[in-house]
Design a protein around this ligand. Structure first.
Ligand SMILES: [Zn+2]
Length: 164
């Protein structure tokens, strides 16, 4: 278990140190332009789609409104609709590119529900496979991400470019 190859750990080591209590990584990414470095897959007028840097499974995505809002009630109808389109499109993309067979999709609302970033709404899409053995062997508490995040970003980005 100690020898598992986990390339995502490198990203963890390289993240910017000591973000302030008020910082929001989604807002920061929205302001920056380095989409490959930040693992941004799509930007729309309403939303942003990004690969989770600390994935539960290969292809774990986050979908968030552009605005730093904590509640569904705060979103405009246009934004809510856009977010649903992103959920649909990204599940299609993951099915096509990495043969996801199912998904867990959800919101963690509030700290008590496990939200790591309670101030900025974001949906999680976690792809699943039968037994999850193709992409993520589970051994005790170890997580193995077979593809590096950068390689996965390239695959998904290329597919989206060829579709559009
Ligand atoms: Zn934010």
């Amino acid at each position: 278990v100690d020898q598992l190859w986990a390339p995502w750990r490198m990203g963890y080591v390289q993240t910017k140190p000591n973000p302030t209590a008020n910082s929001c990584f989604l807002c920061q990414i929205l302001q920056e332009t380095e989409d490959r470095e930040n693992l941004v897959l799509r930007r729309t007028s309403q939303s942003i789609v990004v690969l989770n840097r600390y994935p539960y499974n290969n292809g774990h995505l986050l979908i968030a409104p552009r605005e730093h809002l904590a509640n569904l009630q705060d979103l405009t109808p246009e934004c809510l609709l856009d977010l649903q389109f992103q959920l649909r499109d990204m599940m299609d993309l993951l099915s096509e590119c990495i043969k996801a067979e199912g998904f867990n999709v959800g919101l963690n609302l509030g700290r008590v529900a496990g939200a790591g970033l309670p101030g900025h709404l974001h949906w999680h899409i976690v792809p699943r496979w039968s037994g999850d053995t193709n992409f993520m062997p589970v051994m005790t508490d170890a997580r193995v991400i077979v593809q590096s995040l950068d390689a996965l970003w390239l695959i998904l980005n290329e597919k989206m470019s060829s579709n559009s």
